[in-house]
Design a protein around this ligand. Structure first.
Ligand code: PLP
Length: 453
């Protein structure tokens, strides 16, 4: 019985899919943080190369992947689509569970799909350095790898709590030649201001973004790079879903439910966007798309759909998204990559249009799901991915109860080999749940920027 569906390298994907061409209603534009007018390409030029700025606003359906990027993708792509037959058996479910596994990339997650592309376009524009932030360290290590591929210097501001919890990620970054420091840091005004108020601040993605953006705008040789949220990042990730569509065809299946975890939304969007095209076009109107986030950082399930900054200090453009407030510092759950106050505007827009639903899960239940998955399928998953696994298991158990043989597709965003301290805490009973931090979120939402809509 077949468990792996592989594409040959000759069948590799050669263009990314841009959902902006097919949205039933256009995406609300990003706004300049000062004038609050729609962003112009010049506004973004200090941060990003022109090719990426063009991709950010393009409505072309297909965007060709340059050969230089495809050459690097071929180091690990196409990735395998797996049928989780042993998990199905363990759950005694009639559901058919598939997972697209991105953990075989050099840094171990989906992140290099965009890191390599971003490094390439920066190199093409003559940029020598890139500054970025990282949560769990997956993005920082992916961009360090991307920088190494194209000879670009990379500086990573890593959220302090993860920097201390996950030293091996820092060492991976250094192995690829990057510099990684904990955020908040003394290197920027944004970092110094926070440290003056709270010397033990655990940091947040929003704060680390402020530091990286501040560094990029203050140096001519340095650009900024974001590992999620923005349209061009989601675009690069569609290589995942485009491969999966071909592989599902090989398996003679089409998903009833697609599940993924969302931090800024990029791995999940990468998988489901090529499928949601079929839902928008009415070919598969019942396709269910379920995004999973932490209960302690419930951006889509509890946030407001408003314009907000992408970072703590208010340096980035304003994006219309679900937000918990840019000043919200989420509790230190181990899924560092899901600790973000905002969400990709594309994901939020699709949620508003009723094309996608969201669920929030507590940390302990996600680790239980991750351990069940590891014992059935072998793969030890990233704590972020465990959120999606939890919902896949819930849906498969529902199928056991109703007898429906649904096809469930999981976006498996990465392995957890560098997260063993989190597993140890779980296995030894030292891991706890964090309550939904209602008061902190209320406080952060009380000072959203004022924007006329
Ligand atoms: C393994 C893994 N999955 C998921 C995420 C969440 O990010 P995104 O929603 O952009 O995929 C991260 C972020 O660091 C990650 O490392």
């Amino acid at each position: 019985m077949r468990t792996i569906y592989m594409l040959g390298q000759k069948e590799s994907i050669t263009s990314w899919y841009n959902v902006l061409a097919d949205l039933p209603e256009p995406l609300p534009p990003g706004l300049h943080p000062g004038t609050k007018k729609p962003l112009s390409p010049e506004d973004l030029a200090p941060l990003f190369p022109l090719d990426l700025i063009k991709q950010e606003v393009s409505t072309e359906r297909w965007i060709e992947i340059p050969e230089e990027i495809q050459e690097i993708y071929r180091l690990w792509r196409p990735t395998a689509l797996h049928r989780a037959r042993r998990l199905e058996r363990a759950l005694d479910t009639p559901a058919r569970i598939f997972y697209k596994y991105e953990g075989t990339s050099p840094p171990g997650s989906h992140k290099p799909n965009t890191a390599v592309a971003q490094a390439y376009y920066n190199k093409k524009e003559g940029i020598k350095r890139i500054a970025t932030e990282t949560g769990a360290g997956q993005w920082g290590s992916a961009l360090s790898f991307g920088g190494a591929c194209f000879g670009i210097e990379v500086k990573v501001y890593m959220v302090a709590i993860s920097y201390h919890q996950k030293p091996y990620r820092r060492i991976m970054m250094e192995t690829w030649g990057a510099k990684c420091i904990p955020s908040p840091s003394q290197d920027t005004k944004a970092g110094r201001d926070i440290l003056a108020q709270d010397p033990d601040c655990p940091g947040s993605l929003g704060l680390a973004i402020s530091e990286a953006v501040e560094e990029a705008v203050s140096r001519d040789d340095t650009h900024y790079s974001l590992g999620s949220v923005l349209n061009h990042v989601l675009l690069h990730q569609t290589v995942i879903g485009l491969e999966t569509k071909k592989q599902m065809e090989m398996a003679g299946a089409y998903p009833d439910i697609i599940v993924g975890c969302i931090g800024g939304g990029s791995n999940f969007a990468g998988l489901f966007l090529p499928f949601i095209k079929d839902k928008i076009e009415g070919k598969y109107p019942d396709l269910q798309v379920i995004a999973v986030e932490p209960a302690s950082c419930p951006t889509v399930t509890k946030g407001l759909y408003k314009y907000d900054f992408g970072d703590e200090a208010g340096l980035t453009p304003l994006l219309k998204m679900y937000t918990l407030g840019h000043g919200f510092i989420p509790p230190p759950v181990h899924a560092g990559g899901l600790r973000y106050h905002g969400m990709a505007p594309i994901i939020c827009h699709l949620h508003k249009l009723g094309l996608l639903e969201a669920r929030a899960e507590h940390q302990l239940s996600t680790f239980k799901a991750g351990v069940d998955f590891a014992r059935a399928e072998g793969i030890i998953s990233a704590p972020e991915t465990n959120h999606a696994i939890k919902v896949v298991i819930d849906e498969a158990v529902k199928c056991r109860e109703t007898g429906e043989p649904k096809t469930i597709l999981l976006a498996h965003s990465g392995h957890g080999h560098v997260d063993m301290a989190a597993y140890e805490a779980y296995l030894s009973g030292r891991l706890s749940d964090y309550e939904y931090p209602e008061q902190k979120i209320e406080a952060a939402l009380s000072y959203l920027p004022e924007v006329e809509e």
